[in-house]
Design a protein. Structure first.
Length: 399
């Protein structure tokens, strides 16, 4: 599975480092070449000698080692690999990566690499749950860093919860998935997701009930097929998928700007529930209650239609543009008309009338409308809808 692949394995300073020795063995069993790098703290837990023996390779430990620099500079070391794996990834290493620090060999390699990075966090449960650590995780996910674990369970420190490093074979599976050449490898796919928030004043906004679940599932499914995904999301309930470039926005106008900035793309999928209207002149200060009891009147302005704008671009239109149509009445007729009006290639139509329970639920029943006609899909989980749609997109792009 991993024959000919070169893994740069950064071993951080945590008790889980002993599992990284087994990880080296498992990776090599599958044909990978492993170059270990051990941080100063990591060397308190495992020795360079054991890592070198198991890897049958040189182990790197020091940024300022003249011999290493003469043999292979740290920039080259970071790029010679197909994948950089950090296991265990301590709170300190995650913090350095998120903050862009480069004051030792491991952090410098992580800054210098142009390859994908997979991290296997391992730390005390309270450290993992600390807001600073969670902020760093969020930042790293936004940068496209891949995560495996942490798992939940009893920890060396006697506490219980998430923080245990994933087992070596779980990390091997994540390595294989990260290195797999999916059909969408090299393709850039743009996805919009979630609701938009339209400000009334600095403390109030108008929103809708979109959870972002379908868009997130789609982002995940496209990334799993190897696509380079730009995920432009409004304030959704569910966290954005792993392994995509996340761009967070609030309003429809911000979303349009982010979408334009993310182009060119090979395909663009518009799963966001964009607000059709915004408050025409949102107030810069909080609107106060009127002493005489008169009620405020909100005037609306129409928001830009992002899907229609991109579908009708004369220059730089993505070759495949996909929209969604959530309808409560005459689903097929309305969705077919919507596809023609907006000018997109495909429209994914779904019936969101209350009796279907689809809005806010985990299932979806969709019909894919294209130039060739309508394809009715059976009711299934939103994840399955996402996987099937991603497979269709791959099919269309790779012909
Ligand atoms: N959409 C968009 N920008 C908007 C409104 C909608 O990009 N300002 C996109 C959505 O992401 C979706 C598609 O257009 O892919 C259809 O959204 P929908 O809300 O069903 O259509 P509307 O254009 O809002 O039409 P209507 O509300 O009249 O049904």
């Amino acid at each position: 599975m991993l024959a000919g692949k070169h893994i740069l394995l950064i071993i951080g300073g945590g008790i889980a480092a002993f599992k990284s020795l087994d990880l080296i063995r498992r990776l090599r069993e599958r044909g990978a070449e492993v170059t270990p790098v051990i941080t100063k703290a990591g060397q308190e837990f495992v020795t360079p000698l054991s890592a070198s023996g198991l890897a049958a390779n040189k182990v790197y430990t020091d940024l300022f080692d003249l011999t290493d620099e003469a043999e292979m500079g740290h920039i080259e070391l970071s790029r010679a690999a197909d994948l950089v794996v950090v296991a265990p990834a301590t709170a300190d290493l995650l913090g350095k990566m998120a903050g862009g620090l480069a004051n030792d060999l491991a952090s410098t390699l992580l800054m210098a690499t142009d390859k994908r990075v997979l991290v296997a966090p391992a730390m005390n449960v309270r450290m993992w749950e600390h807001p600073a650590c969670q902020r760093n995780v969020e930042t790293l996910k936004g940068d496209g860093v891949l995560f495996v674990g942490p798992n939940e369970g009893a920890m060396a420190c006697g506490e219980f919860g998430p923080g245990r490093m994933s087992e070596p074979l779980e990390i091997v599976s994540a390595v294989e998935a990260a290195l797999m050449d999916g059909p969408l490898k090299g393709k850039h796919v743009l996805v919009t997701s979630g609701p938009t928030h339209e400000p009334i004043d600095p403390v109030r906004y108008i929103a809708n009930r979109s959870s972002g679940a379908q868009g997130t599932a789609l982002g995940s499914a496209l990334a799993a097929l190897g696509a380079d995904v730009t995920f432009v999301t409004g304030p959704a309930d569910v966290p954005p998928p792993d392994g995509v470039n996340v761009v967070k926005v609030q309003s429809a106008q911000e979303m349009l700007k982010a979408v334009k900035a993310a182009l060119p793309a090979d395909a663009a999928v518009f799963a966001a529930a964009v607000a059709d209207w915004r408050v025409a002149s949102a107030s810069n200060s909080k609107i106060k209650k009127d002493a005489k009891g008169s009620l405020p009147v909100l005037k609306f302005a129409e928001n830009p239609d992002i899907l229609a704008t991109v579908s009708q671009m004369k220059k730089g239109r993505p070759p495949l543009v996909v929209g969604f149509a959530a309808e409560t009445d005459d689903v097929m007729a309305n969705a077919t008309a919507k596809r023609a009006r907006k000018g997109c290639d495909w429209i994914v139509a779904n019936d969101v009338s209350p009796e279907t329970g689809i809005m806010g639920g985990t299932e979806n029943a969709v019909t894919l409308i294209s130039e060739g006609g309508a394809d009715v899909w059976p009711r299934m989980g939103k994840d399955d809808v996402a996987r099937q749609l991603a497979a269709r997109i791959a099919d269309a792009l790779v012909q």
